[in-house]
Design a protein around this ligand. Structure first.
Ligand SMILES: *Cc1c(COP(=O)(O)O)cnc(C)c1O
Length: 377
């Protein structure tokens, strides 16, 4: 790895961060707070939250078995992804490399930050080639993104490829583990101590069931975490989110129960889906969703919308032609999907004309509208 100073943008390296009132005051049992121009009424939301979320990080450190200083908390993982560009990539000069297809936010944040984004196409089994990744890397490549299990393909990425890139790439390697709780493989958190160029992303949005409170985690050695803290908005995690997350981490045993149910349902739903007439292939899943190739993704998607069931049409994504991404729901929700599709399949078999109606240009338009509304997750 290059020296961190060579990887970080010069303006960021020399940045003196904003020091908030709550930053300067630390420790000591103060009772009277006249330092932050807050309103003394309307407790507790009158007070600025802890800018470094110390209490929450202590709990997370215990659960994840990492040092507190290795943890950054963001307004979703999305904040951490954006910070990667703002910290490491000089617009118009530096670039980032990522597997393709993968989570859309890496590319969107690159675009927002004016950073070149190099997509390295995976093979038909959604596995990357080490040689292709390293061929895309040049002297201005600061970041390489992996997502494992990968979105939208749902599979674990070959660890030997990730490990070799970690060994041989001299910049920062990001491993997004948003779905690690469903993956059945060890987390890259276990490699943090030995790898100064590794950043692991996890989130409260999936297995933890808290997408609504917007809380993401980044893990890295303290030097990188320190720079992330310097660049983030001072109070990036609001008080309500910190409080609610604290309540949830105190009862984190619930999460394993949810994961177990989702994994059971995953097996059942994938088996049922594979039996449908409209299904061509169900790809293997290590996440809380699966990707399936169907005969006509747009028609199937639009039919399901009419039934009040929303899945994600990924047809326009590389290697995902005619593919739908399906999240594992509760048993009744999954049954609703299968029951609807059984009717759809039989009607396509008997009456081909019905398919034509659904896959016409109108269907396309309504699909575009929906994808405008929602981000890539
Ligand atoms: C859902 C998802 C996330 C989570 O993003 P948040 O901003 O934490 O909600 C991160 N990475 C991937 C690949 C995802 O699919």
């Amino acid at each position: 790895m290059k020296e961190l100073k060579q990887l970080v943008r010069p303006n960021i390296w020399s940045l003196s961060p904003y020091t908030s009132a709550r930053d300067e005051y630390q420790g000591k049992d103060a009772k009277v707070f006249l330092d932050a121009n807050e309103n003394p009424y309307n407790d507790p939301v009158n007070r600025y939250p802890d800018p470094l979320q110390r209490d929450l990080k202590v709990r997370i450190a215990a659960i994840k078995d990492v040092p507190v200083q290795d943890i950054f908390l963001g307004n979703g993982s999305d904040e951490a992804i954006d910070l990667m560009y703002r910290i490491f990539c000089t617009p118009g000069v530096d670039n980032a490399v990522a597997i393709e297809p993968t989570y859309g936010m890496y590319g969107v944040c690159a675009d927002i930050n004016g950073v070149e984004y190099r997509r390295v196409l995976m093979n038909d089994d959604f596995q990357p080639s080490y040689d292709k990744i390293m061929a895309a890397v040049d002297a201005n490549t600061k970041l390489v993104f992996f997502c494992s299990p990968n979105n939208p393909s749902a599979n674990n990425i070959d660890r030997t490829v990730i490990d070799r890139v970690l060994d041989n790439f001299d910049g920062i390697v990001i491993v997004d583990e948003a779905y690690i709780d469903f993956a059945g493989v060890p987390s890259y958190l276990r490699q943090l101590e030995s790898r100064p160029n590794l950043i692991v992303l996890q989130t409260f949005s999936k297995a933890w069931g808290m997408a609504g409170i917007r809380l993401g985690m980044a893990f890295a050695q303290p030097e990188i975490i320190g720079i992330m803290n310097k660049v983030k908005y001072p109070y990036n995690i609001n008080l309500l989110t910190q409080q609610r997350a604290m309540e949830e981490v105190m009862q984190y045993n619930r999460v394993q129960g949810w994961v177990d149910s989702i994994l059971k349902e995953r097996t059942r739903l994938m088996e049922e889906f594979a039996k449908l007439d409209c299904c061509i292939k169900v790809y293997p899943s290590d996440a809380n969703f699966f990707l399936a190739r169907v005969k006509d993704a747009a028609a199937t998607y639009n039919y399901l919308v009419d039934q009040g069931i929303i899945v994600r049409n990924r047809s326009k994504i590389a290697l995902c032609g005619n593919s739908l991404r399906v999240t594992i729901g509760t048993a009744p929700e999954n049954n609703a999907l299968i029951d609807s599709l059984k009717k759809f399949s039989s009607c396509t078999k008997k009456n081909q004309n019905v398919v034509v109606v659904f896959s016409g240009p109108e269907g396309r338009q309504s699909e575009v509208k929906r994808s405008e509304f929602s981000a890539e997750n």
